[in-house]
Write a new protein. Structure first.
Length: 185
């Protein structure tokens, strides 16, 4: 009986260092480009420098921002990162409490959406201390009391969770969709 030798009729394969180096280089290049694309266009880390969203997002806690958003993909309660409307180069974190078509008002720190009061259970926030800012003393500011405001198309009303310790849409009005950088995941 005839038994062929091991590898009989097959070409002996050798380890090709050049081919391996090319494949490794190509894999590393594709990986780096994918990571760069992901970070630049889709998802990026963000480290809040303030306590404006405390307790949900404490100062210094890394969060990830998803950039590919559309107005229809944003819901009440979503936390978003937006370009600061009055300070170039700055950003703010805020919770969406008003969408296009909503009518908002605030009376003594209670938010009303479409004439229905929002309770703490619906929108988590804290009021940790009295408003002691010198620029807008609580007695002279309308930030916690404002009349009915209709949110226009492609605009969003943002409030910080740490309401007394931040600037938000009560101070500078609704934020246009084009100013939204992304949604916190």
């Amino acid at each position: 009986m005839f038994t062929p030798r091991k590898g009989f009729g097959e070409k002996e394969k050798k380890f090709d260092k050049k081919r391996f180096a090319k494949l490794l280089g190509l894999s590393v290049t594709i990986g780096l480009l994918s990571a760069l694309l992901l970070r630049s266009w889709i998802l990026f880390p963000f480290l809040p420098e303030t306590s404006e969203m405390n307790p949900a997002i404490p100062k210094g806690k890394r969060v990830y921002i998803y950039r590919w958003i559309q107005p229809s993909s944003l819901f009440l309660g979503d936390v978003v990162l937006a370009e600061h409307p009055t300070q170039s180069g700055s950003v703010i974190l805020g919770r969406i409490v008003g969408k296009p078509g909503d009518t908002l008002s605030m009376k003594e720190k209670v938010l009303f959406r479409n004439n229905i009061p929002e309770t703490e259970g619906n929108l988590p926030y804290i009021i940790s201390h009295r408003d002691t800012r010198n620029a807008f003393p609580a007695l002279h500011s309308n930030r916690d009391n404002f009349p009915a405001l209709l949110i226009e198309d492609r605009n969003f009303f943002l409030l910080c969770d740490n309401r007394d310790d931040c600037l938000d849409s009560r101070d500078f009005g609704p934020i246009p969709f084009e100013k939204l950088v992304g949604k916190v995941l």
